[in-house]
Design a protein. Structure first.
Length: 137
């Protein structure tokens, strides 16, 4: 099973991430998002950030999770390459992400992400689990 794929959206990019469970699908969505920004294979996992989110449903939880990753990217000037997620039944997520400070001399600069959108966002909990989001470029 592939981890994620991209789909075309006018002026944006869509991501579909897959997993054996919801945790893995969210982790792969984080990886897909950061591979839009840079080649995550060049990002060391030398710094760690942990956070928790509570939402009212899985779609909102996905939005909040991706938005939080983008927030840390923009405020801490970091790129991430490892994503560890634990989601409880009550739409509560605990995440630990690892990466390093942005160094555009070292890291390939791909595409800047302006925002996460709710447009066509979806979470399918069938097997395999899939999540879908559109990133505003």
């Amino acid at each position: 099973m592939k981890s994620y794929e991209y789909f075309d959206v006018t002026a944006d990019i869509g991501i579909m991430a897959f997993g054996n469970d919801l945790n893995e699908a969210f982790e792969n969505a984080g990886m897909a998002m950061f591979n839009v920004i840079t080649d995550t294979g060049d990002v060391a996992s030398s710094k760690e950030i942990s956070f928790e989110i509570a939402s009212e449903d899985y779609v909102s939880l996905l939005y909040d999770y991706l938005e939080e990753l983008l927030f840390f990217h923009e405020t801490e000037f970091m790129l991430f390459s490892e994503f560890h997620v634990k989601i409880d039944d009550d739409y509560h997520l605990k995440a630990t992400v690892r990466g390093e400070d942005i160094d555009w001399e070292k890291h390939e600069r791909k595409t800047e992400i302006k925002a996460i959108t709710f447009h066509q966002m979806d979470v399918e909990v069938d097997s395999p689990v899939s999540v879908r989001a559109i990133l505003d470029l």
